[in-house]
Design a protein around this ligand. Sequence first.
Ligand code: SF4
Length: 337
Amino acid sequence: MNTSRPTSAATTDRHDSGTPVLTVDGLTVQFRLRDATVQAVTDLTLTVHPGELVAIVGESGCGKSVLAHALLGLLPRNATVTGRAVLHVPDSGPVDLIGCGERQLATRVRGRRVGLVPQSPATALNPVRTGRRLVEETLRAHGHTRAEAGAGAERVAADVGLDPVDLDRYPHELSGGMAQRLVTALALAPDPALLIADEPTSGLDRPLVDHTLDLLRGRCDSGNAVVLITHDLAAAERVADRIAVMYASRIVEHQPADRFFSAPVHPYSAALLDALPDRAFRPVPGHPPMLTALPTGCAFAPRCPYVTDTCQRQPPLTSYDTGAVACHQPLNSGAPS
Ligand code: SF4
Protein backbone atom coordinates (compact mmCIF):
# COMPACT_ATOMS: atom_id res chain seq x y z
CA MET A 1 0.00 0.00 0.00
CA ASN A 2 1.18 3.49 -0.69
CA THR A 3 1.07 4.76 2.86
CA SER A 4 3.75 6.39 4.91
CA ARG A 5 4.00 6.66 8.65
CA PRO A 6 3.95 10.24 9.85
CA THR A 7 6.25 9.55 12.79
CA SER A 8 8.49 6.89 14.15
CA ALA A 9 5.77 4.37 14.95
CA ALA A 10 7.39 1.21 16.23
CA THR A 11 7.25 -1.68 13.88
CA THR A 12 8.40 -4.27 16.35
CA ASP A 13 6.82 -5.18 19.63
CA ARG A 14 8.76 -2.63 21.65
CA HIS A 15 6.02 -2.46 24.29
CA ASP A 16 6.37 -5.94 25.71
CA SER A 17 7.83 -4.72 28.98
CA GLY A 18 6.35 -2.40 31.57
CA THR A 19 2.86 -2.10 32.93
CA PRO A 20 0.19 -2.24 30.25
CA VAL A 21 -2.64 0.26 30.27
CA LEU A 22 -5.14 -2.46 29.37
CA THR A 23 -5.14 -6.22 29.81
CA VAL A 24 -7.99 -8.32 28.46
CA ASP A 25 -8.05 -12.02 29.25
CA GLY A 26 -10.58 -14.57 28.06
CA LEU A 27 -13.25 -11.97 27.31
CA THR A 28 -16.44 -13.49 25.97
CA VAL A 29 -19.68 -11.68 25.08
CA GLN A 30 -22.98 -13.31 24.21
CA PHE A 31 -26.36 -11.76 23.44
CA ARG A 32 -29.50 -13.68 24.32
CA LEU A 33 -32.18 -13.43 21.68
CA ARG A 34 -35.64 -14.97 21.85
CA ASP A 35 -34.65 -18.08 19.95
CA ALA A 36 -30.87 -17.87 19.56
CA THR A 37 -27.62 -16.78 21.15
CA VAL A 38 -25.25 -14.39 19.39
CA GLN A 39 -21.63 -15.31 20.10
CA ALA A 40 -20.19 -11.83 19.59
CA VAL A 41 -16.75 -12.12 21.24
CA THR A 42 -15.02 -15.39 22.16
CA ASP A 43 -12.14 -15.89 24.57
CA LEU A 44 -10.39 -12.67 23.55
CA THR A 45 -7.01 -11.81 24.99
CA LEU A 46 -5.30 -8.48 24.34
CA THR A 47 -2.68 -6.29 25.99
CA VAL A 48 -2.12 -2.61 25.22
CA HIS A 49 0.84 -0.63 26.57
CA PRO A 50 1.27 3.12 26.99
CA GLY A 51 2.56 4.65 23.78
CA GLU A 52 1.14 1.87 21.67
CA LEU A 53 -1.45 1.90 18.90
CA VAL A 54 -3.14 -1.47 18.42
CA ALA A 55 -5.42 -1.82 15.41
CA ILE A 56 -8.21 -4.38 15.54
CA VAL A 57 -9.19 -5.22 11.97
CA GLY A 58 -11.70 -7.49 10.29
CA GLU A 59 -14.91 -7.46 8.28
CA SER A 60 -18.09 -5.84 9.62
CA GLY A 61 -19.91 -7.93 12.21
CA CYS A 62 -16.89 -9.84 13.48
CA GLY A 63 -17.21 -8.46 17.03
CA LYS A 64 -14.82 -5.48 16.97
CA SER A 65 -17.32 -2.87 18.13
CA VAL A 66 -18.88 -5.21 20.69
CA LEU A 67 -15.45 -5.53 22.26
CA ALA A 68 -15.20 -1.74 22.60
CA HIS A 69 -18.63 -1.48 24.17
CA ALA A 70 -17.94 -4.39 26.53
CA LEU A 71 -14.82 -2.66 27.84
CA LEU A 72 -16.82 0.47 28.63
CA GLY A 73 -19.98 -1.14 30.01
CA LEU A 74 -22.09 0.05 27.10
CA LEU A 75 -23.72 -3.22 26.12
CA PRO A 76 -27.51 -3.77 26.18
CA ARG A 77 -29.13 -5.72 29.00
CA ASN A 78 -29.37 -8.96 27.03
CA ALA A 79 -25.56 -9.20 26.94
CA THR A 80 -23.57 -11.58 29.10
CA VAL A 81 -19.89 -10.76 29.59
CA THR A 82 -17.34 -13.13 31.11
CA GLY A 83 -13.57 -13.00 31.40
CA ARG A 84 -11.37 -10.17 32.64
CA ALA A 85 -10.43 -6.71 31.47
CA VAL A 86 -8.32 -4.51 33.70
CA LEU A 87 -7.38 -0.87 33.20
CA HIS A 88 -4.10 0.28 34.72
CA VAL A 89 -3.55 4.02 34.82
CA PRO A 90 -0.89 5.86 36.82
CA ASP A 91 -3.21 8.05 38.87
CA SER A 92 -5.30 5.22 40.32
CA GLY A 93 -5.20 1.53 41.11
CA PRO A 94 -6.27 -1.13 38.64
CA VAL A 95 -9.90 -0.96 37.58
CA ASP A 96 -11.76 -4.20 36.84
CA LEU A 97 -13.74 -3.04 33.80
CA ILE A 98 -16.04 -6.05 33.76
CA GLY A 99 -16.79 -6.34 37.45
CA CYS A 100 -16.59 -2.78 38.80
CA GLY A 101 -20.16 -1.75 38.02
CA GLU A 102 -21.78 1.15 36.23
CA ARG A 103 -21.09 3.77 38.90
CA GLN A 104 -17.32 3.31 38.72
CA LEU A 105 -17.36 3.10 34.95
CA ALA A 106 -19.30 6.36 34.75
CA THR A 107 -17.24 8.26 37.31
CA ARG A 108 -13.74 6.82 36.90
CA VAL A 109 -13.47 5.35 33.44
CA ARG A 110 -15.67 6.53 30.58
CA GLY A 111 -14.63 9.86 29.15
CA ARG A 112 -11.97 10.26 31.83
CA ARG A 113 -9.34 7.55 31.71
CA VAL A 114 -10.78 5.88 28.62
CA GLY A 115 -12.16 7.92 25.73
CA LEU A 116 -14.41 6.47 23.06
CA VAL A 117 -14.82 7.72 19.51
CA PRO A 118 -18.13 6.02 18.71
CA GLN A 119 -18.97 4.51 15.37
CA SER A 120 -22.24 6.46 15.02
CA PRO A 121 -21.54 10.11 15.87
CA ALA A 122 -25.04 11.29 15.00
CA THR A 123 -26.58 9.26 17.82
CA ALA A 124 -23.78 10.05 20.29
CA LEU A 125 -24.21 13.84 20.26
CA ASN A 126 -26.70 15.71 22.44
CA PRO A 127 -28.97 17.35 19.85
CA VAL A 128 -29.72 20.46 21.93
CA ARG A 129 -26.11 21.49 22.57
CA THR A 130 -23.73 23.15 20.12
CA GLY A 131 -20.42 21.49 19.55
CA ARG A 132 -18.67 24.25 21.48
CA ARG A 133 -20.90 23.75 24.50
CA LEU A 134 -20.44 19.98 24.40
CA VAL A 135 -16.66 20.29 24.39
CA GLU A 136 -16.65 23.01 27.03
CA GLU A 137 -18.93 20.98 29.30
CA THR A 138 -16.63 17.99 28.90
CA LEU A 139 -13.61 20.07 29.87
CA ARG A 140 -15.44 21.70 32.79
CA ALA A 141 -16.41 18.24 34.06
CA HIS A 142 -12.71 17.44 34.17
CA GLY A 143 -11.79 20.38 36.37
CA HIS A 144 -11.00 23.10 33.85
CA THR A 145 -12.03 26.68 34.53
CA ARG A 146 -14.51 28.38 32.24
CA ALA A 147 -11.69 30.26 30.50
CA GLU A 148 -9.62 27.11 30.12
CA ALA A 149 -12.61 25.25 28.72
CA GLY A 150 -13.24 28.00 26.19
CA ALA A 151 -9.67 27.96 24.97
CA GLY A 152 -9.56 24.16 25.12
CA ALA A 153 -12.63 23.84 22.90
CA GLU A 154 -10.94 25.93 20.21
CA ARG A 155 -7.77 23.90 20.55
CA VAL A 156 -9.31 20.43 20.27
CA ALA A 157 -11.51 21.62 17.40
CA ALA A 158 -8.39 22.76 15.56
CA ASP A 159 -6.68 19.46 16.40
CA VAL A 160 -9.41 17.48 14.62
CA GLY A 161 -9.71 19.93 11.71
CA LEU A 162 -13.05 21.42 12.75
CA ASP A 163 -13.58 25.06 11.82
CA PRO A 164 -14.44 27.28 14.85
CA VAL A 165 -17.58 28.37 12.97
CA ASP A 166 -18.74 24.76 12.84
CA LEU A 167 -18.13 24.43 16.56
CA ASP A 168 -21.10 26.76 17.06
CA ARG A 169 -23.48 24.56 15.10
CA TYR A 170 -25.96 22.06 16.55
CA PRO A 171 -25.44 18.40 15.68
CA HIS A 172 -28.25 18.39 13.11
CA GLU A 173 -26.47 21.22 11.28
CA LEU A 174 -23.27 19.21 10.87
CA SER A 175 -22.31 16.98 7.95
CA GLY A 176 -21.36 13.40 8.72
CA GLY A 177 -17.68 14.29 8.50
CA MET A 178 -18.08 17.28 10.82
CA ALA A 179 -19.99 15.16 13.35
CA GLN A 180 -17.22 12.57 13.17
CA ARG A 181 -14.63 15.22 13.93
CA LEU A 182 -16.72 16.59 16.80
CA VAL A 183 -17.03 13.21 18.55
CA THR A 184 -13.29 12.75 18.12
CA ALA A 185 -12.72 16.17 19.72
CA LEU A 186 -15.01 15.21 22.61
CA ALA A 187 -13.13 11.97 23.18
CA LEU A 188 -9.72 13.67 23.07
CA ALA A 189 -10.61 16.70 25.19
CA PRO A 190 -10.00 15.06 28.62
CA ASP A 191 -6.67 13.60 27.39
CA PRO A 192 -7.55 9.99 28.32
CA ALA A 193 -4.77 7.49 28.96
CA LEU A 194 -6.50 5.09 26.57
CA LEU A 195 -8.55 6.05 23.54
CA ILE A 196 -10.77 3.52 21.81
CA ALA A 197 -11.51 4.81 18.33
CA ASP A 198 -14.23 2.84 16.56
CA GLU A 199 -14.02 3.57 12.82
CA PRO A 200 -12.92 7.17 13.54
CA THR A 201 -12.35 8.00 9.88
CA SER A 202 -15.71 6.99 8.45
CA GLY A 203 -17.33 9.83 6.51
CA LEU A 204 -14.05 11.73 6.14
CA ASP A 205 -12.36 12.51 2.86
CA ARG A 206 -8.79 11.28 2.38
CA PRO A 207 -6.87 14.32 3.70
CA LEU A 208 -8.98 14.34 6.87
CA VAL A 209 -8.58 10.58 7.19
CA ASP A 210 -4.82 11.02 7.22
CA HIS A 211 -5.09 14.02 9.55
CA THR A 212 -7.18 12.04 12.05
CA LEU A 213 -4.89 9.02 11.89
CA ASP A 214 -1.83 11.19 12.43
CA LEU A 215 -3.56 12.78 15.40
CA LEU A 216 -4.09 9.33 16.94
CA ARG A 217 -0.49 8.39 16.20
CA GLY A 218 0.66 11.60 17.86
CA ARG A 219 -1.19 10.67 21.04
CA CYS A 220 0.75 7.42 21.22
CA ASP A 221 4.03 9.13 20.52
CA SER A 222 3.37 11.32 23.58
CA GLY A 223 2.74 8.28 25.78
CA ASN A 224 -0.99 7.59 25.57
CA ALA A 225 -2.46 4.42 24.11
CA VAL A 226 -4.97 3.92 21.31
CA VAL A 227 -7.06 0.96 20.24
CA LEU A 228 -8.10 1.63 16.65
CA ILE A 229 -11.05 -0.43 15.45
CA THR A 230 -11.21 -0.35 11.68
CA HIS A 231 -11.94 -2.29 8.53
CA ASP A 232 -9.54 0.05 6.69
CA LEU A 233 -6.23 -1.78 6.43
CA ALA A 234 -4.56 1.23 4.81
CA ALA A 235 -5.43 3.23 7.91
CA ALA A 236 -4.03 0.51 10.15
CA GLU A 237 -0.83 0.29 8.13
CA ARG A 238 -0.29 4.04 8.37
CA VAL A 239 -0.30 4.23 12.15
CA ALA A 240 -0.48 0.90 13.98
CA ASP A 241 2.25 -0.73 16.06
CA ARG A 242 0.40 -4.02 16.24
CA ILE A 243 -2.47 -5.65 14.38
CA ALA A 244 -5.08 -7.97 15.85
CA VAL A 245 -7.30 -9.65 13.26
CA MET A 246 -10.81 -10.66 14.33
CA TYR A 247 -12.90 -13.20 12.50
CA ALA A 248 -16.26 -14.57 13.64
CA SER A 249 -15.85 -13.30 17.23
CA ARG A 250 -12.25 -14.46 17.75
CA ILE A 251 -8.78 -13.00 17.33
CA VAL A 252 -7.19 -15.22 14.69
CA GLU A 253 -3.88 -13.42 14.24
CA HIS A 254 -1.90 -10.98 16.33
CA GLN A 255 1.34 -9.50 14.98
CA PRO A 256 3.60 -6.45 14.91
CA ALA A 257 2.28 -4.30 12.07
CA ASP A 258 5.30 -4.60 9.80
CA ARG A 259 5.29 -8.38 10.08
CA PHE A 260 1.55 -8.56 9.47
CA PHE A 261 1.68 -6.50 6.28
CA SER A 262 4.74 -8.28 4.89
CA ALA A 263 4.09 -11.86 5.99
CA PRO A 264 0.55 -12.57 7.22
CA VAL A 265 0.23 -15.93 8.87
CA HIS A 266 -3.48 -16.66 8.99
CA PRO A 267 -5.17 -17.43 5.63
CA TYR A 268 -7.89 -14.88 6.46
CA SER A 269 -5.26 -12.17 7.00
CA ALA A 270 -3.70 -13.04 3.66
CA ALA A 271 -7.12 -12.87 1.99
CA LEU A 272 -7.82 -9.45 3.54
CA LEU A 273 -4.51 -8.12 2.23
CA ASP A 274 -5.13 -9.66 -1.20
CA ALA A 275 -8.38 -7.68 -1.37
CA LEU A 276 -6.56 -4.36 -1.25
CA PRO A 277 -6.56 -2.31 -4.48
CA ASP A 278 -2.78 -2.05 -4.60
CA ARG A 279 -2.33 -5.79 -4.10
CA ALA A 280 -4.26 -8.53 -5.90
CA PHE A 281 -7.55 -6.59 -5.59
CA ARG A 282 -9.30 -9.95 -5.19
CA PRO A 283 -12.25 -9.97 -2.76
CA VAL A 284 -12.32 -12.46 0.08
CA PRO A 285 -14.50 -15.27 -1.30
CA GLY A 286 -17.78 -16.13 0.41
CA HIS A 287 -19.23 -14.58 3.54
CA PRO A 288 -18.54 -14.74 7.27
CA PRO A 289 -20.71 -17.17 9.26
CA MET A 290 -23.69 -16.04 11.29
CA LEU A 291 -22.68 -15.38 14.87
CA THR A 292 -25.80 -17.29 15.93
CA ALA A 293 -24.59 -20.45 14.20
CA LEU A 294 -20.82 -20.70 14.48
CA PRO A 295 -19.27 -24.06 13.56
CA THR A 296 -17.43 -26.15 16.12
CA GLY A 297 -14.26 -26.12 13.97
CA CYS A 298 -12.47 -23.24 12.27
CA ALA A 299 -15.06 -20.63 11.28
CA PHE A 300 -13.01 -19.62 8.23
CA ALA A 301 -13.04 -23.14 6.78
CA PRO A 302 -15.77 -22.58 4.13
CA ARG A 303 -13.70 -19.69 2.68
CA CYS A 304 -10.23 -21.11 3.17
CA PRO A 305 -8.19 -22.53 0.24
CA TYR A 306 -6.05 -24.53 2.67
CA VAL A 307 -8.81 -26.34 4.56
CA THR A 308 -8.20 -29.96 5.56
CA ASP A 309 -10.02 -32.44 7.77
CA THR A 310 -7.98 -31.15 10.72
CA CYS A 311 -9.83 -27.87 10.46
CA GLN A 312 -12.97 -29.48 11.83
CA ARG A 313 -11.32 -28.90 15.21
CA GLN A 314 -11.22 -25.34 16.55
CA PRO A 315 -7.62 -24.10 16.14
CA PRO A 316 -6.36 -22.56 19.40
CA LEU A 317 -4.68 -19.15 19.35
CA THR A 318 -1.05 -20.19 19.70
CA SER A 319 1.84 -17.85 20.46
CA TYR A 320 5.13 -17.94 18.55
CA ASP A 321 8.17 -15.70 18.21
CA THR A 322 6.48 -12.42 17.28
CA GLY A 323 2.77 -13.02 17.61
CA ALA A 324 -0.04 -15.52 17.77
CA VAL A 325 -2.20 -17.34 15.24
CA ALA A 326 -5.27 -19.58 15.32
CA CYS A 327 -4.78 -21.89 12.35
CA HIS A 328 -3.80 -25.53 11.88
CA GLN A 329 -1.79 -24.67 8.74
CA PRO A 330 -0.31 -21.18 9.20
CA LEU A 331 1.19 -19.69 6.07
CA ASN A 332 4.60 -18.34 6.92
CA SER A 333 7.56 -19.74 8.75
CA GLY A 334 7.95 -18.81 12.39
CA ALA A 335 4.42 -19.78 13.26
CA PRO A 336 3.59 -23.10 14.92
CA SER A 337 2.11 -25.80 12.73
S1 SF4 B 1 -7.54 -23.81 10.50
FE1 SF4 B 1 -7.81 -24.70 8.46
S2 SF4 B 1 -9.64 -23.75 7.62
FE2 SF4 B 1 -8.97 -22.52 9.36
S3 SF4 B 1 -7.70 -20.94 8.46
FE3 SF4 B 1 -6.33 -22.58 9.07
S4 SF4 B 1 -6.12 -23.89 7.24
FE4 SF4 B 1 -7.89 -22.56 6.90
